[in-house]
Ligand binder design. Structure first.
Ligand SMILES: Nc1nc2c(ncn2[C@@H]2O[C@H](COP(=O)(O)OP(=O)(O)O)[C@@H](O)[C@H]2O)c(=O)[nH]1
Ligand SMILES: [Mg+2]
Length: 353
């Protein structure tokens, strides 16, 4: 695992999400710096913070700096050359996660397209700056080279789009191949930092002694659990991300494709969010799952972190989210294990039908 210093905003839920994103991208966060403002023109962070950052880098020796805001290429360049370390801004970090988790040809091309769009928007600024003549050698590139670079990205975008059209038709075959493994599959979905990985670990840690050749070949995000003495596969999927830029939505949705293999989708909800956040995230999650074709009867809505809340409040959440009518829900804690047994019973019951 690589290491990182995280620079993020000074708000608990934002910090929690940023840490969970770093975790998904396989970065161990050695130190977090929390700021009220991350859009200073030169470095994103205020100039006065630079010396402190340098000292932290010397003592912690991270591989990268994760900057939890979108940086312009000039800001990224200024920071990287001042600190002599690679800088990943929020969008670059998200793209790394998608890249790591794209599992089929279609989603690989979708992620590639998003990466090219990321570069394109930055190339535009380079072209603009070099045309203004103020910075003819912007980032070591002359005007001619900037044009070549820009046109190259444009060509690759066209190319990737045409590959996407061809590959789209292979999807159905993949899905059938996975089904033939013959195991029931449970997938975890929901926003980043809702507690998917914590529940995944809680459910699978109990079973680590049993190894089986077939299972050792699975990715680290798919493992086996026993439900009612039956072996079942559980997989931890890419989390929904707040403030996802529009050009990344298709790449994200394509990484969710694996949810279509699932017999049950556990929709993890951080019940300790504010009611406003809860409703907003719930709506967006439910809508996306519907759009990619996950059927409602397969979903169990898991209100996690419920050990932090009292029963009456949990029922209020259930009402506000409209879970009472025809939806299956359960309040658990992935940390204390509260109601996890009941969750397993609910899963077993659905499998029986
Ligand atoms: N209090 C409490 N915290 C939890 C619970 N489940 C997860 N967390 C915390 O929430 C944060 C995000 O959890 P994680 O499993 O990484 O979320 P993911 O992004 O959905 O995989 C971590 O700090 C966890 O310790 C829970 O049941 N109760
Ligand atoms: Mg996770």
């Amino acid at each position: 695992m690589n290491s990182a210093i995280l620079i993020t905003y000074n708000e608990d839920d934002v910090v929690r999400e940023a840490l969970a994103l770093c975790d998904s991208a396989d970065y161990k966060v050695l130190h977090s710096i929390k700021q009220d403002f991350l859009q200073a023109p030169k470095y994103g962070i205020s100039t006065g913070k630079i010396q402190e950052l340098k000292d932290i880098i010397i003592s912690a020796k991270p591989d990268v700096i994760v900057f939890d805001e979108v940086l312009k290429p000039s800001q990224n360049y200024n920071l990287a050359s001042e600190l002599k370390i690679e800088i990943l801004d929020r969008e670059a970090l998200i793209l790394k996660i998608f890249e790591k988790r794209s599992s089929n040809a279609e989603s690989k091309f979708q992620v590639n397209l998003a990466q090219l769009r990321y570069e394109m928007s930055r190339a535009k600024e380079k072209v603009r700056l070099s045309r203004m003549g103020e910075q003819p050698g912007f980032m070591g590139l002359g005007m001619f080279e900037v044009d070549v670079y820009y046109n190259d990205i444009r060509r690759r975008i066209v190319n990737t789009k045409s590959k996407l059209v061809k590959v789209g038709k292979q999807r159905e075959l993949h899905r059938q191949a996975r089904k033939r493994l013959g195991f029931k599959i449970i997938s975890l979905a929901g926003y980043t930092s809702a507690g998917k990985t914590t529940l995944f670990n809680f459910l699978t840690d109990e079973k680590q002694d049993e190894s089986n050749e077939l299972f050792t070949t699975l990715s680290t995000t798919t493992r086996r659990v026993s439900i009612n003495q039956e072996a079942v596969l559980i997989s931890d999927t890419v989390g929904f991300i707040s403030k996802l830029p529009a050009y990344m939505i298709e790449a994200f949705n394509s990484t969710l494709e694996e949810l279509l293999y699932a017999d049950i989708v556990l929709v993890m909800i951080d019940a300790s969010d504010t009611l406003y956040e809860l409703q907003k995230k719930f709506k967006s999650c439910f809508k996306t799952l519907n759009e990619i074709g996950v059927e409602s009867y397969k979903m169990i809505f898991v209100l996690n972190k419920s050990e932090l809340l009292d029963e009456d409040y949990i029922l209020e959440i259930v009402d506000k989210l409209g879970l009472r009518e025809d939806k299956k829900w359960i309040a658990i804690s992935a940390v204390t294990g509260k109601n996890v047994k009941e969750l397993k019973k609910l899963i077993a019951k659905i499998f029986q039908n």
